[in-house]
Unconditional design. Structure first.
Length: 208
């Protein structure tokens, strides 16, 4: 399902969903499938289905608390999901739908989980990527000041802390700022120029 979404084939992703749900254990595996399905529905611009599948995921979250998944907890890595990743996934779905309020809500939920971790364990890339998603949500809400505030720490990152995921997300922000209603706003243009300089400086270095 994830690979199909990456190929922009949400119809294929959703065709796998019922079979996957029949096979997946209750708890985190089912939870993850629903969040992936939310991304698929968002690619179809189906906000009602996104809301419904995220509501159903709350029941899987409750089940996950009593049924730990060994693949997620012991193997971890790509197989781990958890609350932060789930919230970030939901935020991305709402961003695809240009629903800034819902996207900001879920992105901030993800940030709260990340920032509650001990400092050495905080995933700086995920935190900064989620901050960019918060900025995008504010732009959808016509709040350029909120977007600029969310990007402050990202734009201050040293080049060695930047990666492909962050540059891709920031490029989308730059594109948003070039569109109406921001294309004639002086402050928005200034922010876009800062992002362009960041991207230009980063492109001169090999990215991880």
């Amino acid at each position: 399902m994830t690979l199909a979404n990456w190929r922009n084939e949400p119809d294929s992703a959703l065709s796998y969903f019922p079979r996957a749900m029949r096979t997946a254990p209750e708890g985190e595996p089912s939870l993850r499938l629903r969040y992936v399905a939310a991304r698929s529905h968002a690619l179809f611009a189906d906000s009602e289905s996104v809301a419904a599948v995220l509501e159903a995921a709350q029941r899987d979250r409750e089940a996950a608390a009593d049924r730990p998944d060994e693949l997620a907890t012991v193997t971890g890595g790509e197989f781990a999901f958890g609350d932060a990743r789930a919230a970030a996934c939901a935020a991305a779905a709402w961003l695809d739908l240009r629903n800034g309020e819902q996207a900001a809500r879920y992105a901030r939920e993800a940030l709260q989980v990340y920032e509650a971790l001990p400092s050495p364990r905080r995933p700086y890339s995920q935190i900064n990527g989620t901050q960019i998603d918060v900025a995008a949500a504010h732009l959808h809400m016509r709040d350029k000041d909120g977007a600029a505030d969310a990007l402050r720490t990202v734009l201050d990152l040293p080049p060695q802390k930047r990666n492909v995921s962050l540059t891709g997300r920031l490029s989308r922000i730059e594109h948003m700022l070039s569109q109406s209603p921001w294309d004639r706003d002086a402050d928005a243009r200034q922010l876009a120029e800062r992002i362009a300089a960041w991207l230009s400086e980063t492109s001169a270095r090999p990215l991880t």
